[in-house]
Design a protein around this ligand. Structure first.
Ligand code: GLN
Length: 461
């Protein structure tokens, strides 16, 4: 029975991938080997097919991060999240396409071609985890892993009409997640519904001695707490964020979502997040600074690709990085090197760290007044392929509602909320205090029960 399900999933992935380009590899051999192993029939995810973003290490499989520089690289070990999925019986069926090194909001920065949005192949799926989002939205898998640094799970979830969760920083081990910006990175989960996300999160979450930033905080059984509901919860609305730059259809849909929560018994309160207007600026200083340091290891010596025709070491480094990295990655390395350089460090990097503290305090005071915060996930629905690719600043604004959660280390979830007149999905974002994934998932599940788009994420290819 489960063998059939896995082979059907692999076939489906093969037949849809020509249109979607959601997978960089479809792992027939690995899946077959897993199916022939004797596994614990009581495993929490026994026989469940799962797709994994290509920046998460999977032993013996491709782990290219959407980059030429790692194209020939096969991971030497499993990420902790992957090991835990395997131990629970899940079967990895493929590695998903992504913006190179998770830098992007549209998947157009992948070195291996853009992913198509399953709802409309002329539109982007969002990014950087667009392959995982498309794999779930097209019905190939019910669950997939992605990664978040500034919104890369929530924003593509919103564009593709699926659920996407970014956990609290330290909830899920980053061991084996190829680093982009280590103080912001976190593995996240996509699902067709909150209950799928709950099952996977429970398996991958928790302290890992291989990642000293994971916290020793108990992992609840999220599938059970999902049913607890949220009676008496207060939901904060930062009204000031519902103005300029927000697409009118998205605003209306999220406002309706807020009314649904009121009808479901939540108390709606107004809150303020005065520093959130600086989140994009702060994010693009801190994330690029950390990236410039993390990506220094790709030098042609240790991993993957090495340029030919270099006659001495320095030339080999330069040629490898010149040929191996794409334009956006180079832009970020240059920006990051600049903000860390002597003479500019205080003006940019040190200043950004101070504003990051203020952003955190914004949330601390907001969570004195409410238990969760609601905003749109992204300022628009999925845009057309090519529409923003020449304008990095317009692209960066895609994360205006999401990046502050990474900066503050708090969890957030995107839930399908409505459809635009053109039939594209709209996402509603819920943010919670540290370790409140359980509450966020119950809020998402309650919303799904009354909201048709969430009940019916369909195949549109
Ligand atoms: N879109 C953001 C960026 O380009 C966030 C990426 C992410 O979360 N990995 O950096």
């Amino acid at each position: 029975m489960q063998e059939n399900m896995i082979s059907a999933t692999l076939e489906n992935a093969e037949s849809l991938n020509g249109q979607l380009n959601a997978f960089l590899s479809i792992e027939h051999e690995h899946a077959a080997a897993r199916m022939s192993e004797t596994r614990d029939p009581a495993g929490n995810l026994e026989g469940i097919p799962i797709a994994v973003k290509d920046n998460i290490c999977t032993k013996g499989m491709r782990t290219s991060c959407g980059s030429r520089i790692l194209e020939p690289y096969l991971a030497q070990y499993d990420a902790t999240a992957v090991k835990r999925l395997n131990d629970a019986g899940a079967v990895i069926i493929g590695k998903t396409n992504m913006d190179e090194f998770a830098m992007g909001s549209s998947n157009e920065n992948s070195a291996f071609g853009t992913v198509k949005n399953p709802w409309n192949p002329e539109c982007v799926p969002g990014g950087s985890s667009g392959g995982s989002a498309a794999a779930v939205a097209s019905g190939i898998v019910d669950v997939a892993l992605g990664s978040e640094t500034g919104g890369s799970v929530r924003q593509p979830a919103s564009f593709c009409g699926v659920v996407g969760l970014k956990p609290t920083y330290g909830r899920v081990s980053r061991y084996g997640l190829v680093a982009f910006a280590s103080s912001l990175d976190q593995i996240g989960v996509f699902g067709r519904a909150a209950t799928d996300v709950a099952r996977v999160l429970r398996v991958i979450a928790g302290r890992d001695e291989r990642d000293s930033t994971t916290a020793d905080v108990e992992v609840p059984d999220y599938s059970k707490t999902l049913e607890d509901g949220f009676a008496g919860s207060r939901i904060g609305v930062p009204r000031a964020l519902f103005g300029a730059g927000l697409d009118e259809e998205v605003r209306k849909s999220v406002e309706r979502g807020i009314e649904i929560y009121r009808e479901l018994g939540a108390e709606i309160v107004d809150i303020e997040l005065p520093y959130s207007k600086y989140s994009i600026a702060v994010y693009y200083i801190i994330a690029t600074a950390e990236a410039s340091s993390n990506l220094a290891r790709f030098d042609g010596v240790r991993y993957g690709f090495r340029a030919e025709n270099a006659h001495e070491l320095r030339e080999m480094y330069m040629k490898t990085r010149e040929e191996g990295f794409g334009a956006e990655v180079k832009r970020r390395i240059m920006l990051g090197t600049y903000v860390l350089s002597s003479g500019y460090y205080d003006a940019y990097y040190a200043k950004a760290q101070k504003v990051r503290t203020l952003l955190k305090r914004d949330f601390e005071s907001a969570f004195e007044k409410c238990d969760a915060i609601v905003t749109p996930t992204a300022p628009s629905t999925a845009f057309k392929i090519g529409e923003r690719s020449d304008d990095p600043l317009a692209m960066y604004l895609s994360d205006i509602y999401t990046a502050s959660a990474n900066l503050a280390g708090i969890p957030g979830i995107s839930v399908p909320c409505g459809l635009s007149a053109e039939g594209m999905p709209i996402g509603l974002q819920l943010l919670g205090n540290h370790w409140s994934e359980g509450l966020l998932l119950s809020l998402a599940a309650a919303f799904e029960r009354v909201n048709p788009i969430a009940q019916n994420p369909g195949i549109h290819v």
